[in-house]
Design a protein around this ligand. Structure first.
Ligand code: HEC
Ligand code: HEC
Length: 213
């Protein structure tokens, strides 16, 4: 009896170790990442992840975004932390897609597609916002630097994404949505109340004008 229990315990321990190792050993699969991207993402985000501002798509450029941020957002969409607000029309197009992604110890669509997206070369779309003042946007950007970096390069420690060179229409929508609580970003609760629509437009134009690296 005693021997049996030790044996069972040993088997359990080995089982736990093995599954732990499987987790640690799983390597990102770029080939599968490309399959997921080509099969699912490019129809909205563009063939090369360059984004698409067509009226009923409004999917941002994602090419070259760091994998940590892409994966983080996919997780947020998948779990309904983003993209479920009834006024979030573009978010509601992304939410059901993220729900179709599969993740377990062997297969992880989120990690694979994020790694693939990071490898795509960045592209900046033309400016679209009328009447925006880039200099005024630059002057306002001071309050954002601590999290998004002096050149809009992002900050992993803050989990704040790069904003430089992103499409102006997308940045403008996100700022409005974050301010209105349509997209929840608690970290920005201190800055958005001080921004009116004109300031958000100018900030979006300024950030779009920064070179993305
Ligand atoms: C049906 C269209 C559609 C498809 C398909 C789609 N997306 Fe999206 N995605 C969007 C839209 C629209 C947004 C913008 C949401 C918003 O405005 O908040 C978005 C946002 C995102 C964001 C957030 C970007 C940011 O800067 O925060 C990421 C990351 C993303 N998508 C990745 C993907 C990946 C990876 C795939 C494929 C697995 C994919 N998307 C498939 C429409 C789509
Ligand atoms: C205290 C830190 C902090 C400050 C200050 C801050 N942000 Fe953010 N911001 C974040 C974080 C964190 C996110 C990502 C939220 C998420 O994971 O959904 C974000 C997201 C964004 C997004 C969405 C980007 C995307 O790709 O979807 C925009 C646009 C943005 N911030 C602009 C600004 C601007 C402009 C300012 C200054 C007026 C600012 N932020 C100040 C932390 C900050």
């Amino acid at each position: 009896m005693r021997r049996l229990r030790t044996g069972a315990l040993l088997a359990l321990t080995i089982g736990a170790l093995a599954s732990h190792e499987a987790l640690a050993e799983r390597k990102v699969n770029l080939y599968r990442g490309q399959q997921v991207f080509d099969g699912l993402c490019n129809r909205c985000h563009g063939m090369e992840g360059e984004g698409n501002d067509a009226k009923n798509i409004k999917a941002p450029a994602i090419a070259g975004m760091p994998a940590w941020y892409v994966e983080d957002q996919l997780e947020k969409f998948r779990t309904g932390k983003r993209g479920k607000h009834p006024l979030d029309n573009p978010g509601m197009r992304m939410y059901p897609i993220a729900r179709t992604l599969f993740k377990d110890e062997q297969r992880d669509d989120l990690a694979d597609v994020s790694a693939y997206v990071e490898k795509l070369p960045k592209k900046t779309a033309p400016a679209t916002l009328d009447g925006a003042d880039i200099e005024k946007g630059k002057a306002k950007y001071g309050m954002c630097i601590a999290c998004h970096g002096a050149n809009g390069e992002g900050n992993l420690g803050m989990k704040a994404p790069a904003l430089a060179g992103q499409s102006d229409w997308y940045l403008f929508t996100q700022l409005k949505n974050i301010k209105a609580g349509i997209r929840k970003v608690p970290m920005m609760a201190g800055v958005t109340p001080g921004l009116d629509e004109e300031a958000m437009r100018n900030l979006a134009a300024y950030l779009h004008s920064l070179p993305s690296k």
